[in-house]
Design a protein around this ligand. Sequence first.
Ligand code: ATP
Length: 441
Amino acid sequence: MAVTMEKIVSLCKRRGFIFQSSEIYGKLNACYDYGPLGVELKRNVKETWWRAMVYENENIVGLDAAILMHPKVWEASGHVEGFHDPLVDCKNCKQRFREDEIDPEKLAKRQCPVCGAKDALTEPRQFNLMFKTHMGPVEETASQIYLRPETAQGIYVNYKNVMDSSRLKIPFGIAQIGKAFRNEITPGNFLFRTREFEQMEMQYFVKPGEDEEVFEHWKARRMAWYESIGIRKEKLRFHQHGKDELAHYAKKAFDIQYEYPIGWKELEGIHNRTDFDLSRHQEYSGKDMTYFDDVSRERYLPYIIETSAGCDRTLLTVLVDAYDEEQLEKETRTVLRLDPKLAPVKAAVFPLVNRDGMPEIARKITEDLKKEYIVFYDESGAVGRRYRRQDEAGTPFCITVDSQTLQDDTVTIRERDSMKQDRMAMNGLSIELKKRICKSE
Ligand code: ATP
């Protein structure tokens, strides 16, 4: 079974994971809205990341900086001057491209990758990817500001605030999840490249000289995290940035790549940013950004190791990786084999039929389980159809009340992936669910 982006898009709409933004107005390109199941999945992705990065590390703390920042920040970071993509137009078919994404052979002939016309591409224009807006009531006199293109800068400018108020000593990290905006020239492939997205970033401040070892540590930890949320190992790999790919601020960079239906692409970047960011902020703000190490009595600008993941891109990865079409005897079953800890709904509860008191018992089970888990009650249609709907939603467990329940207070619990059903006592459900969800941790 080959999973395609179209299949994922269609499932996401059908089951209420993700919708195109402003669809009734003909859509807003490269922006997406999360529906009832999508929002739960996204919360679970973020929660799992936050736990792995903040709660499980004594020396990593959280931050939630504003999206709007002082315009000087983006001068210091290099984004005003350098956050450009080379934009070329085809004079024949009028399509636009990023020059660095065109096949080199075609580019040499200035040939359009879509219509094939030769000598048709314009010279590249540098296009800044930051969204501009104005702060203040009168546009002409108001100051121009930007929607942040990355969350990292909010961490750098706050590093001393966080360190001093939390009594942290180097090495330590600051983690943040938040929106970022980029006016991408070639967005597309669903959530892969959008113009508004969320990042999950952690910036780790270290003593120069200890950076390389810390880099290796986080590289391994981040890869392990993707495996811990159930992504198949063989679909993940590292890609080291060559000299031509390396950002101006980076000493070393690795991407974690995933094999999407569109090929191997970046999912997360791990960068050794050296003291570039802090030295630039020191220069532009005139504030001292150095750290005084009271053990070695040294003063220095810390190096920064960054782990920068896309939340929406992780979600896309999780969906692509979990999607399966299983051939059964008489039909094809579409199933999202999501890790139970990420699944939007943990269990669905069904009365086998709508009589003999079964709905009442099923509702009671739902009410009890709701205190601990997101559960979903469903009594509509044939039970087989109800199972299929939950398979598509990635719900790991379905609990069914049947005629035997009326006699001995037992129910069946069906496991999504194997479709295996076990019969068990109704009053042990909560513990059983916990056991089965935790097994994936
Ligand atoms: P590219 O070169 O593909 O434009 P990048 O290398 O500039 O991306 P980073 O700035 O390192 O990307 O961003 C870190 C992470 O943020 C990426 O690994 C990705 O998961 C996510 N990300 C970046 N741009 C987008 C986007 N337009 N849409 C969705 N996620 C994005």
